[in-house]
Design a protein around this ligand. Sequence first.
Ligand code: ZN
Length: 476
Amino acid sequence: MVITRKLKYDTPRLAMGGIDIGMSKEVKILGLTIDAGLTFNSHVAGACKKAIAIYKHLARSARVSWGLHPEVVRSIYTAVVEPIVLYAASAWAPAVNKLGIRKQLNVVQRGFAQKLCRAHRTVSLHSALLLAGILPLDLRVREAASLYEAKRGLPHSALGDRDIETMTSAMDFPHPAEQTTVEFGSLVDEEQYNNHAFNYDVRIFTDGSKIEGKVGAALSLWDSATEIKSKKLVLPSYCTVYQAELLALQRAAGEALKSEKTTFGIFSDSMAALQTVANPTSPHPLAVETRNALRHCASQNKRVSLFWIKAHAGLEGNERADYLAKEAALRSKRRIRMDTISEWDARYKSGDTASITKIFFPSAAAAYSTVRKIETSSITTQLFTGHGGFSEYLYRFKLRGNPSCLCDPAVEETVPHVIFACPVYARARHEVEQRLEGEKFSPEDIHEHMKKAKTRNIVLDFCKHVISQVIAKNKT
Ligand SMILES: [Zn+2]
């Protein structure tokens, strides 16, 4: 295979033992099909073919009204189908910008999404995805690629630069006469801590953390028994916990410098970081900055004391800093997921399909957390999509002579009509309004009711009741 940017090139002729070796247009390495043009078309086609084969097996045993439970389909989708498609995503992710690739992914996803929410096959992809509570596959491909890059420490640099480890030149050190000796005490148990800690106006706890390749640091500021301030810092994933601990110490010294109070206790559970700060000749830039801040504090007549405390000794402030640092570490992963959801949200909102679904769920981002709390059934999906046993729908697909509702031959029987307007259900609707205790029941505010557990159940009970009756009526 030849990979080149040139439009014109001579195909090399290779021979081994007098026998010509032919050129191939693509090669498969470790399960990734690489083609000469790096389009990855045939790789995606292959992955989709595999996924669709699984779908075909499932389709026979997961019909709309019977068969496999949607949760089983969900497990198969997330554990088998997504991994097949997302395989080596970081290599071919840019290809999802092509319409052809996206269409193939949509075909795979549409079938599963429809099975997941027991929807009719005519339901749009946007509605099906939203009700199934799954994210568009092309966005998942990009997400998988970003996660991989974040793990490798490529972009997403919250702290920005790799200067963190550039040692400070000795030329920049303060004059020996100005060098302050920094000392730190050790508090080995709660009793020692209690004897010291409350001598200070402000106690600052610092911590650093690394989870799943993500690095975070945090500080938590306390005034007697309450936390007055906290800070979370995300570090690039190539950083170490030691660097995170040092960064937290540097920020803690900065907080002391900014504060209007006069006495400060800074508590860290990292002996290594404290020793680096205390050593007047250590050139680590964060240690140098920490010492500078401490020197400025001293010149302002502030008293700042550093302490080593045992990790996980049950000290409230330390536990809190530990928790915050872990949260900060996990934030970069969550941020990537939030990017995916907000892109899905924009795509859903601007799409011209899913008009009935949008009455109940105008935002895909909000719906992503709510739909899981609603038990999916064929009835709820017909309600949320309008695709089902309603005269207007049946007429559209030539399954019924007219689109009218029972109440008036001139009015179409649609979901918004039967739920919000049809006089046949006026009494039950009136009861709903009473149970909502003054909150309005209309197409404009039903999405608000869907967000809260209490009103959601009231509204859904009514809707399911009405929809079941309509569907039953149209079956005869
Ligand atoms: Zn009606």
